[in-house]
Design a protein around this ligand. Structure first.
Ligand SMILES: NC(=O)NC1=NC(=O)NC1=O
Length: 244
């Protein structure tokens, strides 16, 4: 089985970290291909970043289709481009926020999301509602850490995030923590040991979700909304996106 894990930002160190975390949980026989687009924002921290990340993400999906990829993970907590990706891909496409929230809902009465910048919290709440998880989501907490601070060795990011997770358990009464950024994937084990409740990393959760769907022979329904896009020309920078 070949699963393509796409970091939609263009920071290679984060892609490598995400790939290592996905590989660590993948079953024997599953090949993880971790990639990022060649164009787009170095990190995704706003609606603007998210919009500009989607073309490069979709290009990676199109390349994956040509390579026979069995399923995809969108490794950014905003689940950017998820619906469009599902129109292109034959196999399942799972976002890390979607997978993490559903996984957390199996483990307790309520979870808190601990994410990077406060300006991304609204998107996390929006996704919780979209996925039917709002009833399980006790809070979305922001550490006010820029995403790329997670790539600085020895930064205080790990401790800042850990303290926020502890406050989520104590003040929100969270039974479970959801890490609100793909760049936190490598912190999951450490934070789990520190906070005493399950901590869900969306990269691992999404990787295993895609694996299980593919193993069951399941894929996105193409009956209507997620059918291939209508054939048309896309001009200018999007020349390569023409759909035949
Ligand atoms: N909430 C977030 O921090 N989302 C993210 N921005 C990125 O660049 N990767 C993420 O997971």
């Amino acid at each position: 089985m070949l699963i393509k894990v796409i970091n939609p930002n263009t920071t290679a160190s984060m892609t490598e970290k995400i790939g290592a975390c996905a590989t660590a949980v993948a079953a024997p026989g599953t090949v993880i291909q971790a990639v990022n687009p060649t164009m787009g924002p170095a990190s995704i921290e706003s609606h603007y970043d998210e919009a500009l990340a989607v073309p490069g993400l979709l290009e990676q999906i199109a390349l994956g289709e040509a390579e026979g990829v069995d399923g995809y993970v969108i490794a950014c907590f905003g689940d950017p481009g998820l619906d469009a990706a599902r129109e292109l891909a034959r196999g399942p496409v799972i976002g890390i926020a979607e997978a993490a929230m559903h996984t957390a809902s199996f483990l307790g009465r309520g979870f808190s999301v601990v994410t990077t910048l406060g300006r991304t919290a609204g998107r996390a709440w929006e996704l919780a509602h979209r996925y039917g998880m709002a009833g399980f989501c006790k809070n979305v907490r922001a550490c006010e850490i820029p995403v790329l601070d997670l790539e600085i060795p020895g930064s205080s990011a790990r401790e800042t995030i850990t303290q926020e997770c502890k406050r989520a358990v104590e003040d929100d009464q969270a039974d479970v923590i959801v890490l609100g950024c793909a760049g936190m994937a490598d912190l999951c084990r450490y934070i789990t040991d520190q906070v005493g409740v399950p901590v869900v990393d969306g990269v691992a959760a999404a990787t295993r979700t895609v694996e299980s769907l593919v193993a069951m022979g399941l894929a996105t329904s193409t009956r209507s909304e997620y059918a291939a896009p209508p054939v048309k020309q896309y001009v200018g920078l999007l020349d390569g996106f023409t759909v035949e």
